[in-house]
Ligand binder design. Sequence first.
Ligand code: WTA
Length: 634
Amino acid sequence: MNDFHINSTKKYNNSYKKSVESPEAFWGELASKNFIWKEKWSKVVDFDFNKAKISWFKNAKLNITVNCLDRHAESDPNKTAIIFEPNNPDEKNKSYTYSELLKEVCKMANVLKKLGVKKGDRVCIYLPMIPELAFSVLACARIGAIHSVVFAGFSSNALATRIDDCESTLIITSDGSFRGDKTLNLKKIVDDALKICKTDQRVLLVKRTNESVNLVEKRDFLLDNLIINIEDTCEAEIMDAEDPLFILYTSGSTGKPKGMVHSCGGYMVYTSYTFKNIFQYEENDIYWCTADIGWITGHSYILYGPLSNGATTIMFEGVPSYPDFSRFWQIVDKYKVNQFYTAPTAIRALAKQGVRFLENNNLSSLKVLGTVGEPINEEAWQWYNIHVGKDKCPIVDTWWQTETGGILISSSPKVVPDKPTWATKPFIGVQPILIDENGNELDKANVVGKLCIKYPWPSIARTIWGNHQRYVDTYFSAFENMYFTGDGAFKDEDGNFRITGRVDDVIIVSGHNLGTAPIEDAINEHDNIAESAIVGFPHEIKGNALYGFVTLKSKSENITKIKNEINSLISKKIGPIAKLDKIQITTGLPKTRSGKIMRRILRKIASNQTENLGDISTLLNPDVVQEIINNYQK
Ligand code: WTA
């Protein structure tokens, strides 16, 4: 017995056991029974972790959109697939049934074909959270083009780097985007990016804000013009299970972002199975994930996971604070949301506003609450539980990564009990272990170690676009024969995991992964900056915020001006999400004799914990430490 729906602890235990003891039989049966394949596989899983070679459902043929759209359009055409809630609550919302969504996706797919896009081509999507974003993503999948969605808060430089890295040929964007009471001119950002891009692009423009935009002849095309009289059917391209479905960029510990590549078959099976069971989605439930489709959470748990289950999924264009801090709760009440999935940083920001914003909204439809993106602190967990969930909704604290494609560690209602601040148990098929400093497995309870996974799951990324060696080096070289997550974790005697945070140079600010290296690279472009080091420090709402230590080439009278210039460089090169909260000008940075910056010391200073700095006498420049402590920015 191997049910798709795991609704009891007993079923979870049985399936977990089977998935670990005979993964091929387990996943083979699950995939076979619950999805539409054009051809079956020759082998369920094949892998060599040391070379980072992984394949699932080898030689199988499918199209993910057939599983996400056609089969539901056939069996339940009038069921709502996507509800679009606009930024402005006074604007009329829109919703699309499965049959309508299929037509919209096919129309967009035909537009892409008209623009010359073929199977295997990369399409960069730089759009706000509007229905056309969903249509574009699914249209790419329909015709076998590889989508690379870039979050529409990234700057033109960051966009250009991502366009050039995957050598896309088309970029889909809009005139502008609405966010709260602001509008952002996205087309202008794209125009600026294209000035620095090395690869030629065509631009497909979706109208949203109706502001005037610059249109370049033969390069820029209006969707409104191309979509007239276009057919609303489009045959699904037959894809190999291992063909890339999409690229999604994530920060790394060097300046260049990593284009994580996910493939069609395994990604579909795993996101679908986790969605159903972690959120315990039932027929006719209304599910809402507040993430942006520009991040992995939106890919897996706004689009592919819910749609492959025939679910109703909400897409929200706006922000939690507009028109006021009750917006999330108004939406929950308006659509009678059953599963609500958000980030700890949003919970903390809302908690800070007080409970009065919750008072006039009926939240009784809620059954399951979820969090993702960073560790959730006890206070925020309790607030979420009591004020939003009214102490009756289990909270699924879902741990996963862009690289993992789907949730790997989480509780699940009625199946795996939640535990405040703990991600809890591995999902079916996932084999996490903790590794000590010497690379040995820690099999005792109540210890902290580096979190690794020792067996592949179907939605693990297959490579880094254009740089497989970097994939091997980053994830499979730290420890032999396992995937290293970059996170630390604690495990209790019952086998529950609590994630303690990153153990590398990535800092999670408001749930966004920021590598320190790209920020330092951006700052170092300033004419008067010799060197810089960025570290994280605890922040009440963002979880972590950024503290920059900067040394100048020559003394400056106007420190405020330099600080402003640093943040505008960061905004320009990366985007406003990477701005520094604190900047301290120093005469030097603490370094080892081999010249490595001692970030450990800077981290402690930035967190105002200077009692225990350890032995600093072996540093190249121990004196600078006291100077930095003395000038600590409160
Ligand atoms: C962190 C987001 C604690 C973690 C899906 C991971 C978490 C990184 C949790 C990936 C959680 C994500 N508890 N930490 N529930 N979820 N993280 O790629 O450090 O944007 O490695 O994927 O976020 O972030 P990414």
